[in-house]
Design a protein around this ligand. Structure first.
Ligand code: FES
Ligand SMILES: [Fe+2]
Length: 376
């Protein structure tokens, strides 16, 4: 598959250069953790991952482990995911059916609202008031099926302000009605931003993915729109030709023939692909180490083995491509950057989402009190 003449009509005004240190400098990494993650609300997941009372998801905000739990009254509460006894994570991955939160280390027992219910051999702690041992709260909010968290427990999270207008389109998906199928996680030796970078442009598909998915894409067009610092890209699948040729305009459907990506600052990509949703979370561990989680959501609960098999095959394919082709390349790139020999990266005009993403991060880093924070 080759690019055709006139591809990428949506492009950036000019190419930009980003110094390697944006990916490798530990002091920049610390600043990112502070300003991009700990000082503002960040996306944690989708509401449908924790739909019923007692269901939960876990994540990290700038290195701080967090958990979000659906309460009996249907609201969400969030906590630092660390037991008040000796700091063990009280929850892991995602799950449901909790009646209490029981720490796996010594079985301290918390209510879903994070208050401590009981401690085994409580006499051993009778000089430590239970009231002082609640899980530490964080602020959480959900809207349009998205869950955001803020380490400042008193923060009011203005999701509309964070999405900067992108919510109008996002709302139409009805994200809250999707079913979380499965999440898989893996740690990689590269900077967290490289995860997002790899999704921002289809330019690499004909070469890096020439033996796998290149044939499935059509590069005559690619749509890119910005919403303040946020953005969305639309890339077309090869099947779009048949749709255009065979259906009258009023009957044409876009979604089954596209890969649409919404960039949720700072570290999450929400993708609608053909018939399902994906969420890619890049959770920074160190400047050169990142936990990548990949979640797949189906439009309806799978009713039988064949439906489950279909979604499993989809997730297997996604990870086969990213874990064999994209992410190993990112790890090599990081090694080159860290070696000191590669001084800068070039983001071309035809990689507008890449340019915009890094501009957005730089702006947030430079202006910690930008509008979203001011409106809290
Ligand atoms: S660390 Fe949780 S009960 Fe001990
Ligand atoms: Fe790719």
């Amino acid at each position: 598959m080759q690019f055709r003449e006139g591809a990428f009509p949506d492009h950036a005004e000019k190419s930009v250069r980003n110094p390697a240190s944006a990916y490798t400098d530990p002091s920049r990494f610390e600043r990112e953790m502070e300003r991009l993650f700990r000082a503002r609300p960040v996306p944690l997941g989708l509401s449908c991952e924790c739909r019923d009372p007692g269901s939960y998801l876990t994540g990290r905000i700038g290195g701080v482990p967090v958990a979000v739990v659906r309460q009996e009254d249907g609201t969400l509460r969030g906590f630092v995911n660390a037991c008040r006894h000796r700091g063990a994570p009280v929850l892991s991955a995602q799950g449901d059916g909790l009646r209490s939160i029981i720490c796996p280390y010594h079985a301290w027992n918390y209510r879903l609202d994070g208050t401590l219910r009981a401690r085994p051999l409580d006499w051993g702690f009778d000089d430590v008031a239970k009231e002082d041992c609640s899980l530490l709260p964080i602020a959480v909010a959900e809207r349009y099926g998205l869950v955001y968290g803020d380490l400042d427990a008193d923060a009011t999270i203005a999701i509309d302000a964070l999405l900067e207008g992108m919510q109008v389109e996002l709302a139409e998906y009805g994200l809250e009605g999707y079913t979380h199928f499965e999440t898989r996680s893996r740690e990689w030796d590269f900077n967290w931003k490289l995860v997002v970078d790899t999704f921002t442009e289809p330019y690499h598909i004909p070469s890096l993915h020439r033996r796998s998915i290149a044939k499935d894409y059509d590069f005559r067009n690619s749509i890119w729109d910005t919403y303040g610092l946020s953005q969305r890209t639309v890339n077309f699948r090869s099947t779009i030709d048949v749709e255009l040729a065979q259906k009258p305009e009023a009957e044409r459907r876009l979604l089954p023939h596209t890969t649409i990506e919404y960039y949720l600052l700072p570290n999450v990509v929400l993708t609608h692909q053909i018939d399902h949703l994906e969420l890619w979370r890049a959770l920074p561990i160190r400047v050169d180490r990142t936990l990548v989680t990949t979640s797949l959501y189906a439009p309806a609960p799978p009713q039988n083995d064949s439906a489950r098999g279909y979604w499993k095959k989809n997730l297997d394919l996604l990870l086969r491509i990213t874990e064999n082709e994209d992410f190993p390349m990112m790890a090599e790139i990081h090694r080159g950057l860290a070696s000191g020999a590669v001084k800068e990266l070039i983001y071309g005009k035809l990689e507008p989402a890449l340019v915009h993403y890094h501009r957005a991060l730089d702006q947030l880093l430079a202006e910690p009190s930008q509008p979203q924070i001011a409106s809290r």
